[in-house]
Design a protein around this ligand. Structure first.
Ligand code: 5GP
Ligand code: MG
Length: 182
C-alpha cells in the first residue's frame, strides 16, 4: 500500500489491506451461503450504489445459490460527515414484493441509511430484509435494526477506498485508507 495518499485537501494513511478485506469477505460469504444453501426462493441481492459496488461484486462472486442482483442509490454523506438526511436518488426495482432481500452496504455508520431503506422495503411488502455490510462503526450505530452479516468492525474514523469515496474520489483504491489524525 502507498504510505500516504492525498485526495483533494486531505491526507489518508493505510488502514485495511487487500488481504484482510479478502479474508473478511470470504468469511461473510460463507455465512450467507450457509444460511441460503437450501433456499427455495431466489433472493435479491440489493447493492446500494455507489459505495457498495466493489464489495457487492466481490461478495456475489462467492455466493453459490441462485440470486438476483438489483441496485438502488441512497446518499446521506456530504464531504466527511453524515447529514442525517437520507436521499433516494435511484428508485427501487419493481419486483420486490414477497421476495427476500439481502441489502449490501459498504459501511454502516449512524444507521440512518439502512433504517430509511428498511422502511422503504417494508412498504414494498418484501418477505424479509437482511443486512450485509462490509464495515460497521459500532460506536456510531445505535439503531435497533439487526445487522445480519458484518465483515469488519472499525473505529469511528473516516475511511476511503474499495468503493468508499471522499467527495466522489478515491473509490478505485484497492485497499482502505483512513483520514490522518481523525
Ligand atoms: P449512515 O447512514 O449509516 O450514517 O452512513 C452510511 C453511509 O455513509 C455509507 O453507506 C457511506 O456511503 C457513508 N459513510 C459512512 N462512514 C463513512 C466513511 O468513513 N467513509 C466514507 N467514504 N463514507 C462513509
Ligand atoms: Mg453507502
Amino acid at each position: 500500500m502507498e504510505p500516504r495518499i492525498t485526495l483533494y485537501d486531505k491526507t489518508f494513511v493505510p488502514f485495511i489491506s487487500a488481504r484482510r478485506l479478502t479474508e473478511a469477505i470470504d468469511r461473510v460469504a460463507e455465512k450467507i451461503n450457509a444460511d441460503f444453501a437450501d433456499a427455495r426462493d431466489v433472493p435479491v441481492l440489493l447493492c446500494i450504489l455507489n459505495g457498495s459496488l466493489v464489495f457487492t461484486s466481490e461478495l456475489m462472486k462467492r455466493l453459490t445459490f441462485p440470486l438476483e442482483l438489483a441496485c438502488t442509490r441512497l446518499s446521506s454523506y456530504v464531504g466527511t460527515s453524515s447529514t442525517g438526511q437520507v436521499r433516494q436518488t435511484l428508485t427501487l426495482p419493481e419486483h420486490l414484493e414477497g421476495r427476500r432481500v439481502i441489502v449490501v452496504e459498504d459501511i454502516v455508520d449512524t444507521g440512518n441509511t439502512i433504517s430509511a431503506l428498511s422502511g422503504m422495503l417494508q412498504e414494498r411488502k418484501v418477505a424479509e430484509v437482511r443486512i450485509c455490510t462490509l464495515l460497521l462503526k459500532p460506536e456510531a450505530y445505535h439503531k435497533e435494526i439487526p445487522l445480519d452479516y458484518v465483515a469488519l468492525e472499525i473505529p469511528n474514523r473516516f475511511i476511503v477506498g474499495f468503493g468508499l469515496d471522499y467527495d466522489q474520489i478515491g473509490r478505485n483504491l484497492p485497499e482502505i485508507y483512513v483520514l490522518e489524525n481523525s
